[in-house]
Design a protein around this ligand. Structure first.
Ligand SMILES: [Zn+2]
Length: 114
């Protein structure tokens, strides 16, 4: 089921993809973003493509072959968890905290790879 309204939402969501992948979304943006991705196949495909392009090239250069699709799933699941945690702690959450969460995710990924 598609109409102009959902198309517009998708445009907004897809505009957030670069920010998400580089960990620059606010809590509010990240919440809207992950909630939308859960039910929108089009936007999921968009982020998968962006993620594969960004990460795939970086990892090809370093000679790594790992499951990028699974990584993206993990990243999205971690984000949701982080959002739930941060939401429980109240609304006084800022960009620095979100960035810290993404740095943590990156560290875990790096540790897992090596
Ligand atoms: Zn969408």
């Amino acid at each position: 089921m598609r109409n102009d309204n959902t198309e517009n939402i998708c445009k907004d969501i897809q505009a957030l993809i670069p920010g998400y992948l580089s960990g620059r979304l606010s809590l509010k943006e990240a919440r809207v973003f992950t909630a939308h991705l859960k039910r929108c196949r089009d936007c999921r495909e968009e982020i998968e493509i962006s993620y594969l392009v960004d990460e795939g090239i970086a990892r090809l250069e370093s000679g790594e072959t790992i499951d990028l699709h699974a990584d993206l799933e993990d990243m999205l699941a971690d984000t949701e968890e982080a959002i739930q945690r941060l939401t429980q702690f109240g609304t006084a959450v800022n960009l620095i905290e979100m960035t810290a969460v993404f740095v943590l995710i990156a560290c875990v990924l790096i540790m897992w790879i090596f």
